[in-house]
Design a binder for this molecule. Structure first.
Ligand code: FBP
Ligand code: MG
Ligand code: MG
Length: 335
């Protein structure tokens, strides 16, 4: 159902009547949305636009980059660097931070992004997305360093993602709940399609990569074991499983109908806290989930309270329906 409220109008209301965001943050979010629209067009062209397949490069995490990883990164950098709202940006695809060049006006915000989430889904035409997080540059500092980015997720001033699926939908929070905007391709604009998104506290659906089961720690194994026992087990109900291998798509499902998502620490690489990145994957998703009434922990601690030690820090993630996240977190305390 269309509401005829555009993203621009929603943001103006957040600024003027609700006083939630200043004008330059509103303008920054408009630019991020425009960049997502442009990535959506590139995704839709697929093989016709020459955007499928691998590039011959690796990112800082040692992962082979897809062409679309690089294209999406460029689109976000180019769209945002000259607007005057930002001081610097950081991305999954760049080793270190990107300072807004001196020839452009300097702003007060820091933008972090995973330009293309779910890269393994690109070539097989399955949903992918862009994740973003906005922080305020610490006051009083001249210039920007990586240190300025290392703020806990609870200090985010805006966060969201754009999913490129059967529909392109931008999902946003500025600390006033979660709203969803669907791209109307005829109008060329994002239109409000859901406000006050709520994740139910209970669920019968979990999302985890089951192929890693033998590597999990005991609390995760216990939780999934109990789910798999269904009606006959201690939970007394049957569970369903989904795994899209794109965090954006899995979180979008949870925001839409509930569920719990886990990418836990495992024994394959014991020195790594997890696979997902704290600052531009876990933090923005955790804030969205909390704003929708859900919960997000690393098995022990609320994700938004974690103080990052480095830009590309990894983290174990448990998020979604509140009662399930609490149960899994309790298992970590007990076992
Ligand atoms: O292939 P796996 O190990 O199941 O991992 C899937 C996870 O990896 C990710 O794709 C990582 O994101 P990138 O595509 O941005 O590297 C998550 O979105 C997803 O939850
Ligand atoms: Mg990702
Ligand atoms: Mg990515």
């Amino acid at each position: 159902m269309s509401s005829n409220i555009s993203l621009s109008r929603y943001l103006v209301e957040q600024q003027r009547s609700k006083g939630h965001i200043p004008a330059d943050l509103r303008l920054l979010l408009e630019v991020v949305a425009r960049a997502c629209k442009s990535i959506s067009h590139a995704v839709n062209k697929g093989a016709l636009g020459g955007v499928l397949g691998s590039a011959e490069s690796e990112n800082v995490q040692g992962e082979v980059q897809k062409k679309l990883d690089i294209i999406a990164n460029e689109v976000l950098l180019e769209a945002n660097e000259w607007g005057g709202h930002l001081a610097a940006m950081a991305s999954e695809e760049m080793d270190s931070i990107y300072l807004v060049p001196n020839r452009y006006p300097q702003g007060e915000y820091l933008l972090l992004f995973d330009p293309l989430d779910g890269s393994s889904n690109i070539d097989v035409n399955v949903s992918i997305g862009t994740i973003f997080s906005v922080l305020k540059k610490p006051e009083g500092n001249q210039g920007v360093t990586e240190q300025d980015f290392l703020q806990p997720g609870k200090q985010q001033v805006a966060a969201g993602y754009c999913i490129y699926g059967p529909q392109t939908t931008l999902v946003l929070t500025v600390g006033d709940g979660v709203a969803m905007f669907t791209l109307d391709r005829e109008q060329g604009s994002f239109v409000l399609t859901q406000e006050n998104v709520q994740v139910p506290a209970d669920t019968k659906e979990f999302a985890i990569n089951m192929s890693n089961m033998r590597h999990w720690a005991d609390p995760v194994r216990k939780y999934i074991d109990e789910c798999l026992q269904g009606k006959e087990g201690p939970r007394g109900k049957d569970f369903n499983m989904r795994w899209i291998a794109s965090m954006v798509a899995d979180v979008h499902r949870i925001l839409t109908r509930g569920g719990v998502f886990m990418y836990p620490w495992d024994k394959r690489e014991p020195h790594k806290a997890g696979k997902l990145r704290l600052m531009y994957e876990a933090n923005p998703m955790s804030w969205l989930i909390e704003q929708a009434g859900g919960a997000a922990t690393n098995g022990h601690t609320r994700i938004l309270d974690l103080k990052p030690g480095q830009l590309h820090e990894r983290v174990s993630v448990v998020l979604g329906s509140r009662n399930e996240v609490e149960r899994i977190t309790q298992y970590h305390a007990q076992i």
